[in-house]
Design a binder for this molecule. Sequence first.
Ligand SMILES: [Cu+2]
Length: 131
Amino acid sequence: MIIGIVSVYVIMMIGLVTYDSSKEKISEESEVVVIGDVIIPTKASRPGCDETDRCYIPSVITIDSENQVTWINEDSAFHSVTSGFYGEPSDLFDSGYLDPYESFTFNFDEKGTYDYFCTLHPWMKGQVLVE
Ligand SMILES: [Cu+2]
Protein backbone atom coordinates (compact mmCIF):
# COMPACT_ATOMS: atom_id res chain seq x y z
CA MET A 1 0.00 0.00 0.00
CA ILE A 2 2.71 2.52 1.06
CA ILE A 3 4.93 1.43 -1.80
CA GLY A 4 1.98 2.05 -4.13
CA ILE A 5 1.47 5.62 -2.83
CA VAL A 6 5.21 6.37 -3.01
CA SER A 7 5.52 5.12 -6.56
CA VAL A 8 2.48 7.17 -7.68
CA TYR A 9 4.10 10.23 -6.04
CA VAL A 10 7.44 9.52 -7.79
CA ILE A 11 5.72 9.12 -11.16
CA MET A 12 3.89 12.44 -10.64
CA MET A 13 7.15 14.23 -9.78
CA ILE A 14 8.87 12.84 -12.87
CA GLY A 15 5.91 14.01 -14.91
CA LEU A 16 6.15 17.54 -13.48
CA VAL A 17 9.92 17.78 -14.06
CA THR A 18 9.57 16.57 -17.67
CA TYR A 19 6.70 18.97 -18.28
CA ASP A 20 8.67 21.97 -16.98
CA SER A 21 11.77 21.31 -19.05
CA SER A 22 9.75 20.82 -22.25
CA LYS A 23 7.99 24.14 -21.64
CA GLU A 24 11.34 25.93 -21.26
CA LYS A 25 12.62 24.48 -24.50
CA ILE A 26 9.63 25.83 -26.40
CA SER A 27 10.10 29.36 -25.03
CA GLU A 28 13.84 29.31 -25.85
CA GLU A 29 13.13 28.31 -29.43
CA SER A 30 10.55 31.06 -29.95
CA GLU A 31 13.08 33.72 -28.87
CA VAL A 32 15.56 32.59 -31.53
CA VAL A 33 13.34 33.61 -34.46
CA VAL A 34 15.04 36.47 -36.32
CA ILE A 35 13.62 38.13 -39.40
CA GLY A 36 16.51 39.18 -41.60
CA ASP A 37 16.52 42.07 -44.07
CA VAL A 38 19.18 40.30 -46.11
CA ILE A 39 19.34 36.51 -46.36
CA ILE A 40 22.41 34.42 -47.03
CA PRO A 41 20.75 31.58 -48.94
CA THR A 42 21.62 27.91 -49.12
CA LYS A 43 24.50 27.05 -51.45
CA ALA A 44 26.00 30.56 -51.24
CA SER A 45 29.22 28.78 -50.30
CA ARG A 46 29.52 27.41 -53.84
CA PRO A 47 30.64 29.59 -56.74
CA GLY A 48 27.72 30.44 -59.03
CA CYS A 49 25.43 32.52 -56.83
CA ASP A 50 27.26 35.59 -58.14
CA GLU A 51 26.04 34.84 -61.68
CA THR A 52 22.44 35.49 -60.65
CA ASP A 53 23.35 38.05 -57.96
CA ARG A 54 21.92 35.82 -55.24
CA CYS A 55 24.79 35.35 -52.77
CA TYR A 56 23.06 37.81 -50.49
CA ILE A 57 19.31 38.33 -51.08
CA PRO A 58 18.74 41.10 -51.94
CA SER A 59 22.32 41.83 -53.01
CA VAL A 60 21.57 45.57 -52.91
CA ILE A 61 19.40 46.95 -50.11
CA THR A 62 18.36 50.60 -49.73
CA ILE A 63 17.60 52.05 -46.31
CA ASP A 64 17.22 55.50 -44.73
CA SER A 65 20.11 56.79 -42.63
CA GLU A 66 20.12 55.93 -38.93
CA ASN A 67 18.52 52.59 -39.69
CA GLN A 68 19.90 49.11 -39.33
CA VAL A 69 20.25 46.07 -41.53
CA THR A 70 20.05 42.52 -40.21
CA TRP A 71 21.64 39.67 -42.13
CA ILE A 72 20.73 36.08 -41.42
CA ASN A 73 22.70 33.05 -42.52
CA GLU A 74 20.22 30.49 -43.85
CA ASP A 75 22.96 28.32 -45.33
CA SER A 76 24.44 25.28 -43.61
CA ALA A 77 27.98 26.69 -44.00
CA PHE A 78 29.76 29.58 -42.26
CA HIS A 79 29.65 33.02 -43.87
CA SER A 80 30.58 36.56 -42.94
CA VAL A 81 29.30 40.06 -43.61
CA THR A 82 32.40 42.24 -43.83
CA SER A 83 32.62 45.83 -45.07
CA GLY A 84 34.75 46.63 -48.10
CA PHE A 85 35.95 44.32 -50.83
CA TYR A 86 37.63 40.90 -50.72
CA GLY A 87 41.27 41.53 -49.77
CA GLU A 88 40.46 45.18 -48.98
CA PRO A 89 38.22 45.27 -45.88
CA SER A 90 37.18 48.79 -44.86
CA ASP A 91 37.03 47.93 -41.11
CA LEU A 92 33.60 49.55 -40.65
CA PHE A 93 31.85 46.31 -39.74
CA ASP A 94 32.62 42.60 -39.61
CA SER A 95 30.24 39.90 -38.42
CA GLY A 96 32.96 37.30 -38.00
CA TYR A 97 31.97 33.75 -38.94
CA LEU A 98 28.18 33.41 -38.79
CA ASP A 99 26.94 29.94 -37.85
CA PRO A 100 23.89 28.56 -39.64
CA TYR A 101 20.87 30.66 -38.63
CA GLU A 102 23.03 33.18 -36.78
CA SER A 103 22.32 36.82 -37.57
CA PHE A 104 24.27 40.07 -37.61
CA THR A 105 22.91 43.61 -37.33
CA PHE A 106 24.66 46.88 -38.13
CA ASN A 107 23.39 50.43 -37.76
CA PHE A 108 24.13 52.84 -40.62
CA ASP A 109 24.32 56.45 -39.43
CA GLU A 110 25.67 58.20 -42.52
CA LYS A 111 24.46 58.30 -46.10
CA GLY A 112 26.56 56.51 -48.66
CA THR A 113 27.24 53.31 -50.54
CA TYR A 114 28.60 50.48 -48.42
CA ASP A 115 30.08 47.48 -50.19
CA TYR A 116 30.52 44.27 -48.27
CA PHE A 117 31.66 40.72 -48.90
CA CYS A 118 32.22 37.32 -47.30
CA THR A 119 35.75 36.62 -46.04
CA LEU A 120 35.34 32.91 -46.83
CA HIS A 121 33.87 33.11 -50.34
CA PRO A 122 35.39 35.77 -52.65
CA TRP A 123 32.41 35.62 -55.05
CA MET A 124 29.93 36.75 -52.37
CA LYS A 125 29.30 40.50 -52.66
CA GLY A 126 26.58 42.86 -51.54
CA GLN A 127 25.81 46.53 -51.12
CA VAL A 128 23.90 48.73 -48.66
CA LEU A 129 22.71 52.08 -50.02
CA VAL A 130 21.96 54.53 -47.22
CA GLU A 131 19.89 57.50 -48.39
CU1 LIG B 1 30.35 33.04 -47.55
